[in-house]
Design a protein. Structure first.
Length: 485
């Protein structure tokens, strides 16, 4: 069986290369390197060592994934002709995607892959920036990280900052989390005689010095609490502090029951912000809804019942389970097909449920609950296929309400009005109008037009209580003509 021996060329120059690695390189028949742009390899090549680099592969491919795939395929192909040495910068097990691929796929290619070791650049980097990683340190590959992975409360080290484009990507992501002038450190060839350090404001990260495959970026941990205000874990800490010892007496006394009304109020304020098309207000109101969620989750945690982690887990599980066309093998090209899949999944979930209405919350606003009840009944065929019977039902319920007003008790009047409203919800559902949204918009419109009346009355120096309905109605018509909604 042929063998690929992986040697790390360390973080510095030739003086830091181990004697064993030096001898292996000197006696090897074939040496390949991910890149020859490294102090150790440049010195060895100047001494007459023959090394085949893969630098040209970087120029031919559009992504690092394609580059690494090409390098690994070529190494396995070369290994079919005999054993070889593969040299990588630093330590082979540190930020080396090609090494991981070689180790994972060695059995498939009937090639033995061994790691000979090497000096990691991290020792030199920690010394250069004078940090103790035990305080909390995160190391990220600059070529393939996401914003959600970045933990600004830790020491942050970005490696593989190969070029200006990669440096720019790091900069733009960090600028979403940190001030533009936040101080970061660029490290070049840490641990070697060519070591350079430069502290720069974040916005200058990609234009302060030339970068190459020996470049790393160090970001010190955030100490200013205000910079953590968009961090979800920090928000959890704030909620826990409000509820904990020395916190807020009001927050401490709240229960799931006492908070119910606030959740409904905040939800309606979100709708109002949407109607106003005010994005800034909408962001604020969504925050208020999130506050209610986190308060309930903190109460659950305080009582030892559940935490926000359980809330998130259940939501993730439900979203993935109910979207088999995204996370599974099912297919759905239209919104209608998606609804069909949802119904199938929900049916499986409800097989053990005693009633069709079991999962519809009793605490929903009346029109919303009526809408959900009717939709649920319609799924088993209890619904009209045409609109004419619905109009007839409305007329019937209207007549019965009129009769109750004239001849029956107040309780009867409530019952008949409820039936009329229920029939109107059915009509709204047929025309795909959400009755709760509709009445909310009407309420908003009523307020806007009535406020116009108040303004007009004030302009004229009149007292609104002394005006007749006809006079007030004329102002109302003005508001309608002006398109106030």
């Amino acid at each position: 069986m042929t063998k690929i021996t992986i040697i790390g060329t360390g973080a510095g120059d030739l003086t830091q290369l181990s004697l064993g690695s030096y001898r292996q390189l000197q006696t090897a028949e074939r040496i390949f390197a991910r890149t020859i742009d490294h102090p150790v390899l440049r010195e060895l090549i100047s001494e007459g060592l023959i090394v085949t680099g893969f630098d040209d592969v970087y120029e031919k491919n559009d992504s690092f994934e394609e580059t690494y795939r090409t390098i690994v395929d070529r190494l396995f192909e070369e290994a079919q002709h005999g054993s070889l040495i593969y040299a990588v910068p630093g330590h082979p097990m540190m930020a080396e995607a090609t090494v991981q691929l070689l180790l994972e796929e060695q059995a498939k290619h009937d090639v033995e892959v061994s790691v000979a070791g090497g000096q990691s650049f991290l020792d030199a980097l920690f010394t250069a920036v004078r940090i103790d990683p035990i305080e909390g340190c995160q190391i990220l590959d600059a070529t393939r990280f996401t914003k959600s992975e970045v933990q600004v409360r830790n020491h942050l080290i970005f490696v593989q900052v190969y070029d200006q484009f990669t440096a720019s990507s790091v900069k733009l992501t960090l600028m979403d989390l940190l001030p533009d002038d936040y101080q970061v450190t660029i490290l070049q060839a840490a641990g070697s005689q060519e070591e350079k350090l430069m502290s720069v404001p974040l916005f200058e990260l990609d234009r302060s010095m030339e970068v190459n495959n020996l470049t790393a970026v160090y970001v010190p941990p955030v100490k200013d609490e205000k910079l953590l205000y968009q961090d979800f874990e920090w928000l959890r800490h704030v909620i826990a502090r409000l509820r904990g010892p020395g916190g807020c007496p009001w927050d401490q006394k709240q229960t799931h029951e006492s908070l119910k009304k606030y959740l409904i109020e905040e939800a309606y304020e979100v709708l109002e912000a949407i109607d106003d098309q005010d994005d800034e207000h909408l962001a604020e109101e969504l925050g208020d809804v999130l506050l209610q969620v986190l308060l309930h989750a903190q109460i659950g945690e305080d009582e030892g019942m559940f935490s926000v982690d359980d809330v998130i887990e259940k939501l993730s599980d439900k979203l993935i389970r109910r979207h088999p066309h995204v996370f599974g093998d099912e297919e759905a090209q239209t919104a209608e097909e998606v609804v069909g899949l949802w119904d199938q999944v929900k049916k499986q979930e409800k097989d053990a449920t005693p009633s069709q209405f079991e999962t519809i919350q009793k605490g929903l606003p009346g029109l919303m609950r009526a809408n959900e009840l009717q939709k649920s009944a319609a799924k088993v065929g209890f619904d009209w296929d045409e609109v004419d019977p619905i109009w007839e039902k409305i007329q019937e319920e209207l007549a019965e309400f009129k009769e109750a007003v004239n001849d029956k008790t107040f309780r009867d009047q409530e019952d008949e009005l409820g039936d009329l409203l229920f029939a109107l919800v059915n009509l709204a559902r047929y025309y795909k109008v959400d009755p709760e949204v509709a009445i909310h918009r009407t309420n908003h419109k009523f307020v806007a037009r009535f406020q116009y009346i108040e303004e007009r009355v004030k302009e004229k120096g009149l007292e609104i209580e002394k005006l007749s309905l006809e006079e007030l109605d004329s102002f109302w018509e003005e508001a309608k003509q002006k398109g106030i909604k």
